[in-house]
Design a protein around this ligand. Structure first.
Ligand code: NAD
Length: 472
């Protein structure tokens, strides 16, 4: 497959019904089940990513002003690694998992089979428009499903690239916003994988409930970041600033606000100022390393948040470029708008607390976040033990996302379910409980049939409770 030409694909799309029928028929005919087919699809995906890297980088730059560095490490390379891992591990993942038997089932074969759900829909957001569509797609293909992809209509350029015909054999891409996605969800799917806001997550879950469709919800929220007095402020500032301003702050797992003492705030402010200067220069607007806000609507929303508390660093904005400077806010109140919603932009409020206990109480009074960060020389484990969140970072940001053996997923308001690596394969597989018994040896079953007696009841109860007897 050669590099893409974007023109002309969109006119050739079927209506939803036709596309869905085609995918269902492919699944019914068993096309997606053979391991060879899954590997070929994954290889095609890997090839698509490799052959179109420049086009993807350009699209991400147009959508989000993303630098090639950020596009590579947070989107393209992660997707390529995921494809490679799935190809390498597929045979192992697909194997039936043997299950220990009890005495009652001793002479049987007991195992868990991973079978595909069928027709899966993946609905993606705009902030990592490639990563958040391709990573789940890898798991869905590896598990043997047919897949319908619904990229975000807001990251328009990446949406176009993802419509490539090579992505449309036993999976397909459909375009649309809230209205079209709502129509799509009236159809029955066998699994729904949604990444987006908690608000839309509730709408999607209600649609899933109508058909009792199983669902994964990868949602967002406000991720706290606690910094204790024992830390070196410059180290914390470098790490937090990188993760907060990466992708212009439009990252679901970015630290959303800092909790620290008044004394640490005084030390952190010059350190943050120096980190921002080092990363983006005197005038961050001219830096090729700082992204842009996705659209006017989000730009206006973020501009409104700049009025909360007092601007300690940054605060400049320019509508024509959808530019917001890396900003730090202080004197912010819990009741301010910036503390009521996920910020999703390059703005970092600092809130002061007296001590760790107050910080933990502050965190636990709110919805469980997607990610939680703690910086300390000696109390990281205390924060970990006393709180709950989808993921946790001690003395750094979201580097844990680069580990394919780590699940990504929320808890409570930040979502349900998990994926990445083998977790994705398991998410998109039905775990079928299988027990294969011998058709003979009927005498052995006599004890379980009526008429029941106290003796047979005792014996069967014992046999159910006992694990495989090594004597047999
Ligand atoms: P969104 O919820 O507005 O949209 C997500 C998807 O849902 C898009 O494809 C959109 O077309 C569709 N959609 C929007 N309104 C709909 C409706 N009424 N009915 C049906 N479908 C609808 O989210 P967004 O603005 O694209 O992304 C930002 C949100 O996603 C943030 O909250 C962020 O934290 C979250 N997010 C979470 C993760 C994660 O891994 N947990 C990753 C990235 C983003």
């Amino acid at each position: 497959m050669g590099p893409l030409s974007v023109q002309g694909w969109m006119d050739s799309f079927d209506s939803f019904e036709d596309t869905l029928r085609r995918l269902r028929e492919a699944f019914k005919a068993g096309q997606t089940r053979p391991v060879e087919f899954r590997v070929a699809q994954l290889q095609g995906l890997g090839h698509f990513l490799g052959a179109n890297k420049q086009l993807l980088q350009d699209a991400l730059a147009e959508d989000l002003g993303k630098s090639p560095f950020e596009s590579d490490i947070s989107e393209i390379i992660l997707c390529q690694n995921e494809v490679d891992l799935a190809i390498k591990s597929l045979q192992t993942w697909m194997k039936d998992e043997p299950v220990a038997t009890n005495l009652l089932t001793k002479l049987s074969s007991a195992f868990i089979r991973k079978e595909p759900f069928g027709l899966v829909i993946i609905i993606a957001p705009w902030n990592y428009p490639l990563n958040l569509m391709i990573m789940p797609l890898v798991g869905a293909i590896a598990a043997g499903n047919c897949v319908l992809l619904k990229p975000s209509e807001i990251s328009k350029n990446t949406e176009k690239v993802c419509c490539h015909p090579a992505l449309q054999s036993c999976f397909a891409v459909v375009l649309g916003g809230p209205e079209e996605t709502g129509q799509l969800l009236e159809h029955k799917f066998d699994y729904i994988f949604f990444t987006g806001s908690p608000r839309v997550g509730k709408i999607v879950m209600a649609a899933a409930a109508k058909h009792l469709t199983p669902i994964t919800l990868e949602l967002g929220g406000k991720n706290p970041c606690y910094v204790d007095d024992s830390c070196d402020p410059q180290t914390v500032a470098n790490r937090v600033a990188w993760f907060r301003y990466f992708n212009a702050g439009q990252t679901c797992v970015a630290p959303d606000y800092i909790l620290c003492s008044q004394e640490m705030q005084e030390r952190l402010l010059p350190a943050l100022q120096s980190a921002i200067l080092r990363f983006y220069g005197d005038d961050p607007k001219t830096s090729p390393n700082l992204g842009r806000i996705i659209n006017q609507k989000h730009f206006k929303r973020l501009q409104g948040l700049l009025g909360c508390g007092r601007v300690a660093i940054g605060g400049q904005s320019e509508e024509s470029e959808r530019y917001i400077a890396p900003t730090v806010l202080v004197d912010v109140q819990e009741t301010d708008p910036v503390m009521q919603e996920e910020i999703f932009g390059p703005i970092l409020p600092l809130l002061t607390v007296k001590n760790l206990e107050e910080a933990i109480d502050f965190i636990n009074r709110r919805e469980k976040p997607l990610a939680l960060y703690a910086f300390s020389n000696n109390r990281v484990n205390q924060v970990l033990d006393c709180t709950s969140s989808g993921g946790f970072g001690g003395n750094d940001g979201f580097l844990y996302l680069t580990l394919s053996a780590m699940p990504l997923g929320g808890i409570g308001n930040s979502g349900m379910g998990r994926y990445h690596g083998k977790f994705s394969f398991d998410t998109f597989s039905h775990h079928r409980a299988c027990l294969l018994r011998s058709p003979g040896m009927e005498r052995l079953n006599d004890l379980r049939y009526p008429p029941y007696s106290p003796w047979s009841q005792q014996l069967i109860s014992w046999a159910i409770g006992s694990q495989s007897c090594t004597l047999l």
